[in-house]
Design a protein around this ligand. Structure first.
Ligand code: HEM
Length: 476
């Protein structure tokens, strides 16, 4: 729990506080405070421990915390101004941190993990698919997939059988991404993809010797290699099929297949295509599914919010499924989602590394160090969030948010490397939430443990097991 005001700082707490700054452009800057133990940073390498640890360190040291792993400096930047500086104002000085190299073993040179000219070229190429208007065109796919899910819930609802909301959300989100971007259902592949996602997530979340040496035959490495192999093979088959078909389906894959290099006139290699497609499948479903899972959990715990949401849905939709056209009138629905992503950000931390020495909020950030920006920590910053642990969607009303700095809330990061799928995700999450919440209330199965599992995404460790209560407002 983060309770203390956090605007720094007593530099004397840090072993580095009195160190003579090395010569350089910004050599006269102060060293940030932080734990003295030179191995304290090791905790951050184990995601399971890092989440609560980062919160404690912010509470103790303030907005900029300096760690060390041996000689290697590592920083937590928790203040929105510092985050803005890194992601936006001085973004050209930052690349993704070393730990993305691990993710690269799966996603290769896809959009999340590539850098420089290759990233820029691919981003420009892929951006049009995520244009607001294009995303709106995917709305019917989103509504339809939600209705199919609701249909499959009829039986368990009638029999009072429990369902796992997180598994259901993963399935529907995968279906939506598959249909929208690849014109395929991915329903048959859902189980294999789900299993592989869990294996991959667990590999990245746990630091051991095997993660530094991928060829080491540890159990975690073997499980990861198999999962990654399955995913790559699946995507290779999709691409091979589409190359054979040789028809423009007007989806993302058709665009990628048709893309030609301005200078050489060459198309994208199979390897690059695979990296992009796999990246979009993986980045594009687990995140949204996680946001929705936590939202349904929070609603089940806050009947007053649930009632208010239902009132808006009754008024705006009157029992019919939600479509893209409804979204601008579903303001409370959007606020519920934002507040859920504030408390349980699907991506709970991201890492960057400065190419040259930098100054962040008056502190020296040496080149090649690692900088952690944690949505989980900053979304609880007590200067910007009163009673941060409370679930209170009204925080996101226009009046209540107009004076809040942009980066006090950054579930999709920001700057040029902001999530390319943010509009897609928000459209989908609003449609699914509005359509489902009109129909069912979810009741947590008594005794079911709900616990955070901070891996690449912030998952509920044991899923969210609920029974379904049919709402009085029924869909036609
Ligand atoms: C609630 C849902 C989502 C959340 C919270 C989320 C969050 C994020 C965050 C924080 C980043 C920045 C990562 C970094 O800087 O290291 C990111 C990047 C990215 N996301 Fe999302 N995302 C979501 C949904 C989606 C969807 C639906 C797609 C695609 C269909 C997608 C595709 C991507 C891609 C390709 C990138 C890399 C962009 C680049 O570097 O150019 N995401 N996302």
């Amino acid at each position: 729990m983060l309770s203390r005001g956090a605007s720094n700082l007593d530099p004397s707490e840090s072993s580095a506080a009195s160190a003579t700054p090395p010569p350089g452009v910004i050599g006269a800057l102060r060293e940030a405070p932080g734990p003295r133990n030179p191995l304290a940073g090791l905790r951050l390498l184990n995601f399971e421990k890092a989440l609560s640890h980062l919160g404690q360190m912010f509470e103790r040291y303030g907005d900029v915390v300096r760690y060390k792993i041996g000689p290697f400096p590592l920083f937590l930047i928790a203040h929105p101004d510092g985050i803005k500086h890194i992601l936006q104002d001085n973004h050209t000085n930052y690349v993704k941190s070393q730990d993305y190299k691990i993710l690269k073993r799966l996603l290769g040179e896809g959009l999340v993990t590539s850098e420089g000219a290759l990233w820029l070229r691919q981003r420009r190429l892929i951006q049009p698919v995520f244009h607001r208007q294009r995303v709106a065109g995917f709305g019917s796919i989103m509504t339809e997939a939600t209705l199919e899910m609701l249909e499959s819930w009829r039986q368990p609802a009638a029999e009072g059988r429990e369902i796992d909301v997180s598994a259901e959300m993963a399935r529907v989100a995968l279906k939506i991404v598959g249909r929208a971007l690849l014109s395929m259902d991915l329903t048959d592949e859902a189980e294999a993809i789900g299993r592989a996602m869990t294996d991959v997530n667990e590999r990245f979340g746990r630091f051991d010797l095997g993660i530094l040496m991928p060829s080491l035959p540890t159990r975690a490495n073997r499980v990861f290699r198999r999962a990654a192999g399955e995913l790559k093979q699946l995507v290779d088959e999709i691409i091979a099929e589409r190359r054979r078909e040789n028809r423009d389906r007007g989806d993302l894959l058709s665009m990628l297949l048709a893309a030609r290099d301005d200078e050489t006139g060459e198309g994208m290699s199979d390897q690059q295509l695979r990296d992009e497609v796999l990246t979009l499948i993986l980045a594009g479903h687990e995140t949204t599914a996680t946001a929705l899972s936590w939202t349904f959990y929070l609603l089940s715990q806050h009947p007053e919010v649930e009632r208010k949401l239902e009132a808006e849905l009754r008024e705006v939709l009157g029992g019919r499924p939600a479509t893209v056209a409804d979204l601008r009138n579903l303001t409370y629905t959007g606020m519920v989602l934002d507040e859920s992503m504030r408390l349980y950000p699907p991506v709970w931390a991201i890492g960057r590394s400065p190419i040259e020495d930098d100054e962040v909020m008056g502190y020296r950030i040496p080149k090649h160090s690692m900088v952690i920006l944690s949505q989980y920590v900053t979304h609880r910053h007590p200067h910007f969030w009163r009673e941060p642990e409370r679930f209170e969607p009204e925080r996101f009303s226009f009046d209540n948010s107009k004076d809040r700095p942009r980066y006090a809330f950054f579930p999709f990061a920001g700057g040029p490397r902001q999530c390319i799928g943010n509009m897609f995700a928000l459209t989908e999450a609003n449609i699914v939430l509005a359509t489902v919440a009109q129909h069912y209330r979810m009741r947590l199965v008594p005794g079911h443990r709900v616990e955070l599992q901070p891996l690449v995404t912030l998952r509920p460790r044991y899923g969210i097991k609920v029974t379904l209560e049919t709402n009085s407002t029924r869909l036609g």
